[in-house]
Design a protein. Structure first.
Length: 231
């Protein structure tokens, strides 16, 4: 799948990480994902500087949240990796990706899977493409498009606080491949928060709710959940 939104990456000097001590936030990722390679660790370290740089150009994360990037955005995205381990050649569509969540952290963790990140706001896709280029994420493509307008078939749809689950299902279920090679049936994996009782009643489909606090100890995750809707 080719990128439909053309962007020439703007490269800029990052801090040298060769001898840099991994900071507390990056260490947090390593704590929960000890299997990270050295190259992956370095990529996760770079995310803070990359997002701080681009957030000054295009406001994609609140000033408060940029200081909590690793917990509120990166680790939150990686909760999906605690629920499912994407196998090689698995294809994932990330709808309403914003600045690249959950797609970019998941692409770092699963370099042999492919991720297509879409958002209706072109300037956000500009950030996604720039950060993907800086990190040399060859398994990431992106597109400025509405979720329902995106073409292609995928094994899984992922999202984070994009829309009610019923809407996500309506927009994307026809884009999910019926044949799966994963341990879990193909379907939708959505990151949600708060009281979901009415939303799940409106969905009116078989689904699974997973408490993210079962994976991560930080208080931020006390009310966060994964909603898995198999095809």
């Amino acid at each position: 799948m080719t990128k439909n939104f053309l962007f020439k990456s703007l490269r800029f000097p990052l801090k040298s990480y060769q001898n840099r001590k991994i900071d507390l936030n990056a260490t947090l990722i390593k704590h929960y994902f000890p299997e990270l390679s050295k190259a992956q660790e370095e990529q996760f370290i770079q995310l803070q500087d990359l997002y701080e740089f681009w957030n000054k150009q295009i406001n994609i994360i609140s000033r408060k949240d940029i200081q909590e990037l690793y917990i509120r955005h990166i680790l939150h995205s990686l909760a999906i990796a605690k629920f499912i381990q994407f196998k090689a050649k698995t294809s994932i569509l990330d709808i309403g990706t914003g600045g690249g969540f959950p797609g970019i952290p998941l692409a770092l963790l699963f370099p042999e899977s492919t991720f297509h990140l879409v958002d209706s706001i072109a300037k956000k896709i500009k950030v996604v493409q720039a950060i993907s280029a800086e990190l040399r994420l060859v398994n990431v493509t992106s597109e400025a498009s509405r979720a329902e307008k995106t073409t292609g078939k995928f094994d899984f749809i992922v999202s984070r606080a994009v829309a009610p689950a019923r809407k996500i299902w309506q927009w994307t279920h026809q884009k999910i491949k019926t044949i799966t090679s994963a341990d879990n049936a193909n379907g939708i994996i959505a990151l949600k928060g708060g009281d979901l009782e009415m939303e799940m009643k409106a969905l009116n489909k078989s689904h699974q709710e997973i408490n993210i606090r079962d994976y991560f100890d930080e208080p931020f995750f006390d009310t966060k959940k994964i909603i898995y809707i198999p095809l």
